[in-house]
Design a protein around this ligand. Structure first.
Ligand code: NDP
Length: 258
């Protein structure tokens, strides 16, 4: 319980990876604020954590809106006293061949996945630096390290997250704060369920064969589970992990090796 007494904000904490990270941090004794746009989802996650005896609050916020992000930082600080850990997890996936990728989809993808990370980090990192301890973990993707057909906007947004992670990590390297990213392959979450549905709609393929194709992107021939991503995130937050800085850790069963 080396994180006992610490505090964290998890964006996109209403489901999937974010909800798992909130649960794992809470199990380590971290007081958490879970945030996302859907109030019913974050309320349910916070309520479930409280029912297990943890300190948890739900604070709604759209990470693309600077005013809402300032509000999140303020309200989270009121609940938690201070914010020691920021998990930038809120994200959206879009896919389209370049010829039909609209400017609107490009802008929306970059706004949520990249600008959201920038805004939340800008709001909460200065306090960590001032106090001499903090952890920022950005949930990127293997699409932040490699490209692929139909994901140019998503891949560009995740490459942006990794570049941002590396640069901010260098900027705060002597402060006691670390900034890292994790890069999952396909994870068993509602986002992946929606991706399967979209592919089935567009191609008429059988859902199980779509899932099988996704599984085969990993040498372990499986989807990752949200709890596995949460475990790596918690380890990056550990006070003993102070030498891990500016890294983008792949969690995909060994497919992308960089
Ligand atoms: P889900 O769609 O299951 O959850 C995404 C979360 O982000 C939700 O809580 C959603 O809530 C929130 N969110 C989305 N848009 C915004 C916004 N504008 N402002 C605030 N919150 C927002 O996704 P996953 O759990 O699968 O993904 C989490 C992260 O992991 C994402 O960054 C994703 O890109 C990344 N990732 C996922 C992989 C996968 O295979 N699933 C693989 C690699 C990376 P709401 O809509 O209510 O706001």
């Amino acid at each position: 319980m080396k994180l006992e007494g610490k505090t964290a904000v998890i964006t996109g904490g209403g489901r999937g990876i974010g909800a798992a990270v909130a649960g794992s941090l809470a199990e380590e004794g971290v007081s958490v604020v879970v945030s996302a746009r859907s109030e019913s989802e974050i309320d349910a996650v916070a309520e479930q954590l409280r029912s297990r005896g943890h300190a948890a609050w739900a604070v709604p916020c759209d990470v693309t809106d600077p005013t809402q992000v300032s509000g999140l930082a303020e309200t989270a600080t009121e609940h938690l006293g201070q914010v020691d850990i920021l998990i930038n997890n809120a994200g959206t996936v879009t896919s389209a061949p370049l010829k039909s990728l609209t400017l609107e989809t490009w802008n929306r993808t970059l706004a949520v996945n990249a600008t959201g990370v920038f805004l939340c980090t800008k709001a909460l990192l200065p306090g960590m630096v001032e106090r001499g301890w903090g952890r920022v973990v950005n949930i990127a993707s293997i699409a932040g390290k490699t490209g692929g057909p139909y994901i140019s906007a998503y891949s560009a947004s995740k490459h942006a997250v990794i570049g941002f992670t590396r640069s901010v990590a260098a900027e705060v390297a002597t402060s006691g704060v670390t900034v890292n990213a994790v890069c999952p392959g396909y994870v068993n979450t509602p986002m992946t369920d929606r991706s399967v549905e979209r592919i089935v709609e567009k191609t008429g393929a059988d859902p199980e064969s779509v899932r099988e194709t996704m599984r085969r992107t990993s040498p372990q021939n499986r989807l990752m589970e949200p709890e596995e991503i949460a475990l790596v995130v918690v380890n990056l937050c550990d006070p003993g992990a102070r030498g891990m800085n500016g890294q983008a850790v792949v969690i995909d069963g060994g497919g992308v090796q960089s």
